[in-house]
Design a protein around this ligand. Sequence first.
Ligand SMILES: O=C(O)C(=O)C[C@H](O)[C@H](O)CO
Length: 298
Amino acid sequence: MTQRFLSIGECMVEMAPTAKGDYQLGYAGDTFNTAWYARQLFNPDWDIAYFTAVGEDVISGQMVSFIADTGINTGFIQHLKGCTVGLYLIQLENGERSFAYWRSDSAARRLANDPARLDAALSSADVVYFSGITLAILAPGHRSVLVDAIATARQSGATVVFDPNLRPRLWDSQDTMRQTIMTAAAHSDIVLPSFDDEATFFGDQTPDDTARRYAGAGVGTVVVKNAGDEAVCLAKGEISRFSPARVDPVVDTTAAGDSFNAGFLASYLETADLNAAMAAGATLAARVISERGALIRL
Ligand SMILES: O=C(O)C(=O)C[C@H](O)[C@H](O)CO
């Protein structure tokens, strides 16, 4: 029977630096990146769908065609009059990425404007995937609309997966970011944070602290990614650990966490084996950071 993985968030136009020193135009965004890798890794009988909003202009149309061409279901994408999509540019320094954004009025900021549409999409999903960026881009009132709709879908049996993906620049204040992230996590079954961000904004001393903080909020399975260092999983009170192989050279860390999440979920939803799933996530992330840009074809 077909199952549906519904990823919710923003896909942007991506300008990724090339080896020649110019920029390559592509399309990317954290939740879309995870859907893109999920489409390549999940069994073909899974429907991988993306929920977002775009405009009605040429670049929005090109983005949706690109998404559809990858085999992702675009049936939940809203086309809003007078709007367009956001844009970001990757800046690289020794392989470590930072971003410049032009997204303050993107169509995706209105993705939770229509609660009925949201409920219809969510009620069709077996797995719902969203991130801290999905919440950050919404108007404050729409954040609770989205989280409430996700909570309702979860009560009806959907598995909810959340990546906090902390981006303080997208939030009005760090307090709002921390509170909203912890509320969203409390409505999630699986949370996939990255230790360096969590240490910076929540003050965690170790990945185990991060895992315990989310478990303390009621999350059943927490997997703390830790760049090239040991990843930690806390599920049903038990800790497991995974040390990834060294990657050399690291070319571009964009989408390392997003691809880890897809690799982890493809394996975990099939086998329920946490150790194998952490290894699958790390193997995919290692491939992705060996190339430029967020998306690589496997
Ligand atoms: O920062 C964002 O909103 C992005 O989605 C850009 C990148 O693709 C993403 O952050 C990588 O995780």
